[in-house]
Design a protein around this ligand. Sequence first.
Ligand code: 2HA
Ligand code: ZN
Length: 292
Amino acid sequence: MGFMDDIKKAGKELSRSLKDIKSAPFVKEMCRTTANMYRLGWDERNGGNISYLLNENEVAEYLDLNKVIRFIPLMGVNAAEFDVTPLTGKIFIVTGTGKYFKNVEDDPETNLGIVRIVKGGAELLWGYKDGGRTTSELPAHLMCHMARLKADPENRVVMHSHPTNTLAMNYVHELDEKKFTHTLWEMCTECIAVFPDGVGILPWMLCGTDSIGVATAKKMEEFRLVIWAMHGIYGAGRTMDETFGLIETVEKAAQIYMLTAHLPRVNTIKDEDMVKLAELFGLKYRKDFLNL
Ligand code: 2HA
Ligand code: ZN
């Protein structure tokens, strides 16, 4: 047998030994999470997007990493100015542009894609079966990944969503990071323990552009949660559960706020009590966001 035959044989053996991608834990996590978010009412129509940094060796159990389906350019950014070098070669699973969270679970191969980041765009390794592309917010996601990886090398997930009460609160509460975080911390005892770093806030900005990406990533240097005023929220974390849990906790607190904001406040959690809780858990928290 010649050299080329050996290569062909090796290729065939590789594809035979690959596991079914739909059974991959990271595909299942994306399906479960998007379905949950849809049912919570946070991601109407094509609202929301998730990107999840994968371990290359794990992906190689399911896909031939040398097989690139096609190249997807980055949209909405000046590719020459947008430097993705720290993420070059990294593999992400990402929700598709225009795709509905509602439909991911039934058809992950159309609504999700697995891509490898290269200069100016992404190489598609799996998914977007109908010719689709990565979320229009991918530049913002990539910038957030770069910022969070600097703050925490274990960060893996960036998630964007439109949670109802968080959005409602944007219309009736001052959009000041200290005041907004403080109000959320007051709404559930565990808030200060879940997001001791607080919530960053951006004013209303045009989405899908690199300027909102840059601004979000800047906030993500110090916050794992960033509100896009009158639009939604970004969360970042080490796992899907952690990231989802951050947004879920903000949304729960915002719901309590919206249920009580128009009523006379009789009781509240005091700042001294929040300190006790943060100290019990040994947390580094934003002391400057309290009024002590
Ligand atoms: O992907 O939520 O901000 C749809 C959006 C854009
Ligand atoms: Zn959005």
